[in-house]
Design a binder for this molecule. Structure first.
Ligand code: C2E
Ligand code: MG
Ligand code: MG
Ligand code: MG
Length: 285
């Protein structure tokens, strides 16, 4: 990335598993430094009620403000963080920052839940639930205001271990969401064993549901599946009003997408919240 944010490289990260790749080593030490020097930032994207447009909470999405390369998206460094073990301090930063933000919203009179993405390495760490419990207590937050988003593929890496961790998070009162639902190699069997609260339909289906009958059928069936299992169904990647309307008709409970808001800084999110207040009907279809 140049100073102007133009991409000039850095797509090499996760092509090689070889930890002796010198470029990767540089980036890994950059990332270690970046975490220590507070170069990571969270952006927040609202989750809204499909019916009313009312904001329910927000998903925290990490970005890396690199001193030379500009703002780097998570898809470019999360895999590296997973391979190098830096995902542990990274996830700790995300958890702490998101919970502090949730506490701030609460103080400002908004009871909003905050969702964090948790990738394979942390999901399969038997110590992770204790870390979450510790941070919730530190920030004095009720556990139900935290949602942990996990993917089917992370679960399927080691289903027994994942189940164990998820059960402990559930016992704390934390909400669980299955992210990118429908894209992973997975088994329906885990849906009946995992104590999950939410299914998040992947944006690859949502984005094309107004133009592809097949994608529309997948979204409708997933919404029905979730409903019949007593889960909240949320759609990601809503980019226009037509999609919102179709999701409403499909019985999808909540939605997220650029049409409502892009992921934005905490300050921009606060401004967005002020504009929402008292006017949900104005943005509902
Ligand atoms: P995800 O959790 O499925 O997040 C949704 C992604 O879709 C985000 O990309 C978001 O900016 C993007 N998005 C939201 N609405 C729309 C829309 O209407 N249209 C389109 N085209 N895209 C939309 P982002 O922020 O680049 O994050 C990508 C992925 O990186 C996330 O996918 C998640 O898997 C991972 N990630 C992000 N933050 C974290 C984190 O703190 N920890 C971990 N482990 N992974 C993270
Ligand atoms: Mg997510
Ligand atoms: Mg997703
Ligand atoms: Mg995704």
């Amino acid at each position: 990335y140049t100073a102007k944010g133009k991409r000039i490289g850095y797509t090499v990260f996760d092509h090689s598993q070889d930890s002796t790749d010198p470029r990767k080593l540089t980036l890994a030490s950059d990332l270690r430094q970046g975490i220590e020097q507070d170069q990571l930032v969270l952006h927040y994207q609202p989750k809204v009620d499909t019916r009313t447009g009312k904001v329910l909470g927000a998903e925290a999405l990490v970005r890396w403000q690199h001193p030379e390369h500009g703002l780097i998206p998570p898809t470019e460094f999360i895999p590296l963080a997973e391979h190098t073990g830096l995902i542990t301090p990274l996830t700790r930063f995300v958890l702490d920052t998101a919970l502090r933000q949730c506490q701030e919203w609460l103080r400002d009179g908004h009871e909003l839940s905050v969702a964090v993405n948790v990738s394979t390495h942390r999901l399969l760490d038997l110590d992770f639930p204790a870390e979450v419990a510790d941070r919730l207590q530190y920030w004095q937050l009720p556990a139900h205001l935290l949602t942990v988003e996990i993917t089917e593929s992370a679960i399927m890496t080691d289903p027994d271990r994942a189940l164990h961790v998820v059960q402990q998070l559930h016992a704390l009162g934390v909400h669980l969401s299955i992210d990118d639902f429908g894209t992973g190699y997975s088994s329906m069997a885990y849906l009946k064993t995992l104590p999950v609260h939410e299914l998040k339909i992947d944006r690859t289906f949502v984005g094309s549901m107004t133009t592809s009958d097949r994608d529309a059928v997948i979204v409708r069936s997933t919404a029905e599946l979730g409903r019949n299992l007593g889960l909240r169904v949320i759609a990601e990647g809503v980019e226009d009003m037509a999609t919102w309307q179709v999701l409403d008709a499909a019985g999808c409970d909540a939605l997220q997408g650029y049409y409502i808001s892009r992921p934005v800084t905490a300050d921009a999110f606060a401004t967005w919240l002020r504009h929402q207040r008292g006017a949900p009907a104005a943005i509902a279809p």
